[in-house]
Ligand binder design. Sequence first.
Ligand code: GDP
Ligand code: IMO
Ligand code: MG
Length: 421
Amino acid sequence: MIGLQWGDEAKGKIVDILTEQHDIVVRYQGGNNAGHTVVCQGQTYKLSLLPVGVLNPRVTSVIGPGVVVNPKALESEISMLAGRGVNVGQNLLISDRAHVIFPYHIAEEAAFERSRGNEAIGTTGRGIGTCYRDKIGRIHAMRVGDLLRPVSFKSRLKDVVDYKNTILKALTPGFEALDAEAIATEYLAHAERFKPHVTDTTSFLHKALANGKRLIFEGAQGSLLDIDHGSFPYVTSSNSSGSGLHNGSGVPERHLTKIIGVVKAYTTRVGGGPFPTELDNPTGEHIRKIGREYGTVTGRPRRCGWFDGVASSYGGRVSGVTCVAIMLLDVLSELDEIGICTHYEINGERTADFPSHVEDLAAAKPVYRMLPGWKQDISGVKKLADFPARARAYIDTIADLMGVPVTLLSVGPDREQTVML
Ligand code: GDP
Ligand code: IMO
Ligand code: MG
């Protein structure tokens, strides 16, 4: 289950619904930059690092090797849920291979973002990119498994913190040096509590597959935020398209039977970077208001715009989706007409390809097909035949552009407001 746009496609809702048919829910990339909302029986849950499966006591939830883990954030998410009567218990497994986010990652990211001024990426400020950078760089990285070896962990952490303090002092005026001893004490205390959950999740998943268990993989972010395939450099630091599933979980793609791409019926984006179909006008504000488009993690207003068929279908091709779910259709119900971008015009040339260079994406002028709005409340629709003809025409246009069948339509945040096809 993979987002095909710039994130927040309502992946949380889909995974929650599909969890019923599965035994294991796996997160395999990203970290607590994600914010996945689940609404059921009048309750709203916002999950960040924990897989949506934790809401269902019957399933096992896995945080795979490709995820970056902030132990403090993980612990506060678990206690937030406990406070609401959801006990995560032994059903949560954390890969010993997953990398760990430290306070210096967050401080470094803040310094880098500041230094970019108007060109800041607009990150979530969670130390995601700096942690992945250390993972790829190898020298300063630490994994969950390292936290369970206190002696070597403490000595390595001291070296890393010394190095990071040097860098951070140079980057940040008045920077107060981080205390390696204090960080070690805090992280080892977290590790002691997490110990029962930490395991080789790759081996666990391989055995589960051999035993016929049903797995669902919960993508975070979206395909256009993918570090290799997205709108670089305005992306996140993991492979958030389908391409990250194998390396982030250790489960090869030949085990997948279905790849569901999730799109909004329009487009949103949080943070910086070009956004060809952005509506910086009252229509964009209307979508933001009706769709309650404010970031789950940072509370920032999301930038809103028309459905971008060039970007979303590219996301679908990169992720290899076999079908698509169209979400938040109800948000468009009051509009007189609705735009769908079918092509870009870049420097006078028309194209249906998503540009690889950020300057071309910034120069892209969307070519729209305008469709009449359906001007009718659809939030209670239960089957395809009950959608107004104009809404069906809108859905068909998106399906044509995506080139794969539509498997699910969503007309409201609640589980019940879902039409399965
Ligand atoms: P995710 O990051 O992909 O899981 O998406 P978010 O949870 O960040 O954002 C999706 C938002 O849309 C959440 O507030 C959901 O409760 C809400 N939502 C999901 N499906 C629908 C829908 O069909 N209609 C409306 N109006 N809201 C929806
Ligand atoms: P979910 O899983 C939307 C965006 C940030 C920023 C860029 C890089 O809820 O869809 P990062 O902190 O990852 O280094 O920020 O990516 N971003 C998201 N946007 N939904 C998300 O997650 C996002 N996670 C990161 O806003 O533009
Ligand atoms: Mg989100």
